[in-house]
Design a protein around this ligand. Sequence first.
Ligand code: RIB
Ligand code: CA
Length: 330
Amino acid sequence: MTRPVLLDCDPGIDDMLAILTAVASPEVELVGVTTVGGNVGIDTTTRNALDVLAMAGRADIPVARGADRPYLRSLSARAESVHGDNGLGGVTLPTSSAGPVDATALELIVETVRTATEPVTLVATGPLTNVAHLFAVHPNVASRLARLVVMGGSIGAGNRTPAAEFNIWADPEAAYRVLTEPGLPRPVPTTLVGLDVTYRTAYSPDDLDRLRSAGTVAALCANALGYYLSAYGRDHGMDVVPLHDPLAMAEAIRPGLVTVARAFVEVDTTTGPSRGNTLVDLYGRPTVEVGVDVDVPSTLDFITTQLESLAAVGLVEGELASRGRDWVSR
Ligand code: RIB
Ligand code: CA
């Protein structure tokens, strides 16, 4: 029986790979995608989600727009410098003929959970604004989730600030609601896949070269990741590109790739330099599972295999692969 999965995301280069990993995996059925403003604005994250699904031949999967910005404090900046102005590292996809459904992200999540024949796994790879909205407005529906897997936070340092990882930094109040004080009638098993494990789950330039020769979709991903690699090299001195969101999706599809420890996670919602920090107390009253280790070879093999299995639908094989390649040469 394939398990239903919902993805709330802000595509985003690595969000694109999370979407593709899900649609390529027979173990799960991606029953819906909801979008949030994060890496780039909501119009672009929604456009990208639609176009990525169409490229993979899954324009049938419903996409619903969610929050463009946090409910409380506005974002001081997005992540165009990391994901490109178009959110996909300069890679341009054919525009899908499908549009978002006539429902909000919250409405799509609620309707999907209510009508699912078995409990839904929700994967969140962007700011948690939509998920917090679900927890606040429909706690009973949220309680029916089989599992929540969040890409975000870190036990150690952040990547947007020294203290905070981007998804949490973008909406700390939402993250507090989801991770620190969920307040649900029935707790939802929640796994926090943070930088401590995603930084280790990374492609090298050689991996990207191999990906580039493994079919059109894989090549396109490699080109987009080339932009991401250059950004992480510039900003963090890294010579590998972390697969943040694909790791969260891989853990949802194949539980156990990430080793977890139960912990109390306090999200810092102050307005000082530690805003958005996830203080992980491994000895406190546990609220979530936090990723502390990862089976890197198995995870990279799984993600790579999924990406290489996809054929671009209705596109010229070589043409799509060359899109965005100019970033590789930088
Ligand atoms: O910090 C990495 C996370 O922030 C990823 O989800 C990336 O897509 C951005 O949203
Ligand atoms: Ca993301």
